[in-house]
Write a protein that binds this ligand. Structure first.
Ligand code: HEC
Ligand code: HEC
Length: 208
């Protein structure tokens, strides 16, 4: 929890330094820096600390992730160090403040994700992706009924990290996290790291 305290101080400290676009967390006004300190300028993600883009991603999906982080179903596996950065940030949110934050995130503009991944075979990725399409959509557009988020438009480095995290059993480890568990089983069927690179390289071709 030492690290959590550090991050919290960083986030709240940064909150004092700016006056734009305030959101309310537990009745305390915090600035955009609270999320953007880590999620990058305008919420487009930050490869330096493995933080995903949240600008332009689906509200229902973001809401669920904030809830499961808050409730300790995600970001609490002892080896999931990156998830542990986010978990204490969500832990201080209430249902109301989650709605406030999501209203505010909806005002952030989506800017196309920069491609950072190299060495992928997009043809092989396309073949491997066919097993993902039933939930994530033929074009990676996401499917709310299946509770499966859009994959196209997300940062490639983050998709790779999450597939590795699911495959290692760090994300989706908690039996109460039904969707995460379902996805963990899917990721465990992906043969190896090269296959992950291939699939995500293919997702990069789907644009947005
Ligand atoms: C201390 C840095 C930090 C702060 C501050 C922070 N986050 Fe995060 N967030 C992360 C990291 C790192 C991840 C990736 C976690 C993982 O790999 O599982 C993440 C993941 C997420 C996810 C999951 C996205 C997905 O596609 O699964 C959401 C949603 C999110 N953050 C929203 C927020 C919101 C909203 C705020 C502000 C209230 C916020 N974060 C503040 C670091 C941070
Ligand atoms: C049976 C349905 C199903 C299938 C098939 C499936 N997924 Fe998922 N996937 C999900 C669900 C549900 C989630 C959301 C998990 C959560 O809420 O934490 C998810 C989450 C993800 C995430 C995390 C996205 C983010 O923003 O954090 C990635 C990456 C992903 N899936 C990739 C894949 C790939 C690649 C395949 C094919 C190899 C695949 N999925 C197959 C249901 C599925």
């Amino acid at each position: 929890m030492k690290q959590a305290g550090f991050w919290l101080n960083l986030a709240l400290g940064a909150a004092l330094c700016t006056t734009t676009q305030a959101a309310t967390v537990d009745g305390v006004e915090v600035s955009d820096r609270f999320c953007l300190t880590c999620h990058g300028t305008d919420g487009q993600g930050n490869i330096g600390i493995d933080a995903p883009r949240i600008a332009g991603m689906e509200r229902w999906y973001l809401q669920r992730q904030l809830e499961i982080f808050r409730d300790g179903l995600r970001g609490t596996h002892p080896e999931d160090l990156v998830g542990q950065e986010m978990q204490p940030m969500a832990a201080i949110l209430t249902d109301n403040s989650i709605q406030d934050v999501l209203n505010w995130v909806e005002t952030w503009e989506y800017k196309p994700a920069e491609i950072t991944l190299t060495g992928g075979d997009t043809q092989r990725g396309k073949t491997l992706y066919q097993s993902c399409a039933s939930c994530h959509g033929a074009d990676g557009e996401g499917n709310e009924v299946m509770k499966a988020p859009a994959l196209r438009g997300q940062n490639d480095f983050y998709l790779v990290n999450q597939l590795k995290s699911f495959k290692a059993g760090w994300r989706g480890f908690d039996p109460r996290d039904q969707q995460g568990t379902q996805m963990r089983l899917m990721a465990q069927a992906i043969p190896d790291d090269q296959a992950i690179t291939d699939i995500v390289s293919y997702i990069n071709t789907l644009g947005r």
